[in-house]
Write a protein that binds this ligand. Structure first.
Ligand SMILES: Nc1ncnc2c1ncn2[C@@H]1O[C@H](COP(=O)(O)OP(=O)(O)O)[C@@H](O)[C@H]1O
Ligand SMILES: [Mg+2]
Length: 278
């Protein structure tokens, strides 16, 4: 009797252990970006204060918080764009478990993996086609037939193809603001990133263009991790699965979006999402 019970307990233990290992494996694979005690300064201005955050793969994560709290800086630290601004960084940013601030990181390759879309659409002063082909031309040797395919796929993926297929050689500046932003998204997607950072991508757009971009974000998460900074609370609630609330350089609360908006733990989160300050 005792042996049977022991056997049962042993096998149960083992299953638990296997279960835990599986769990561990799944968790580490599902985390795309992790920050560990991330601190960042612009000269004496301590802009990011000990940020610990795990960003899930194939999900949309929204970053919200009042102006100047460090949202843009945080996402710019994810592909070391802050290097260009002369920031001092302490702590770690892990991409697939590797610290991107390690000495010897190939920053060009890093930025190939982590694309970015900015607040104001910033197409290059060239044709629609060349905007999208820009990245693949720089990063890879691809023959022209391949390039055509990449351009078409990226434009389709960014829900712009139907509107531009018969004028690919037109200057990108001829497009509307919403189309320009989708072009910038297509340009970012053309190099096949693992992560797309979006810094208030709809703030210069009308509601119809905004809705198109939001639909697109929803689809993108099937394949990649999307991180979106937004001022618009409804937008965060509509497009994201996780939300991080920042205030004065600190990560105040990070949870499932529903939780942040309906039952936040922190008083400051509650005040912000209910519009008491902004
Ligand atoms: N390139 C920069 N050089 C110096 N200070 C900067 C730079 N970018 C941002 N800051 C400062 O960092 C703080 C956070 O800014 P930012 O990340 O742009 O906030 P948010 O995107 O939340 O509005 C602000 O005090 C801002 O003035
Ligand atoms: Mg900003």
């Amino acid at each position: 009797m005792v042996t049977v019970l022991n056997k049962f307990m042993m096998s149960n233990n083992r299953e638990n252990k296997i279960g835990k290992e599986k769990e561990k494996k799944r968790t580490s694979r599902d985390v795309k970006i992790e920050t560990k005690n991330l601190n960042l300064w612009f000269s004496k201005n301590h802009v990011l204060k000990n940020i610990n955050l795990k960003i899930s793969d194939k999900k949309v994560t929204a970053i919200i918080g009042p102006s100047g709290c460090g949202k843009t800086t945080l996402i710019r630290s994810f592909n070391r764009m802050v290097d260009l601004d002369g920031a001092r960084v302490e702590g770690e940013v892990l991409l697939d478990g590797e610290n991107i601030y390690n000495y010897g990181t190939n920053v060009v390759a890093l930025r190939e993996k982590i694309g970015m879309v900015f607040q104001k659409p910033n197409p290059f002063p060239m044709s629609i086609y060349d905007n999208v082909a820009y990245g693949p031309r720089i990063h890879r040797v691809s023959d022209d037939t391949n390039l055509d395919k990449v351009v078409e796929e990226s434009l389709r993926h960014a829900a712009l193809w139907g509107e531009v297929e018969d004028r690919l050689n037109a200057n990108a500046y001829e497009l509307s603001g919403g189309q320009q932003q989708r072009l910038c998204i297509a340009r970012a997607l053309a190099i096949n990133p693992d992560v797309l950072l979006m810094d208030e991508p709809c703030s210069a757009l009308d509601p119809i263009a905004t809705a198109k971009i939001e639909d697109l974000i929803w689809e993108l998460k099937e394949k990649i991790a999307v991180i979106i900074v937004t001022h618009n609370m409804q937008q965060a609630a509509r497009v994201s699965q996780f939300t991080a609330f920042m205030y004065l350089g600190e990560l105040i609360e990070y949870d499932k979006t529903k939780k942040i908006f309906e039952t936040p733990k922190e008083e400051r989160t509650k005040d912000y999402v209910t519009g008491k300050f902004g």
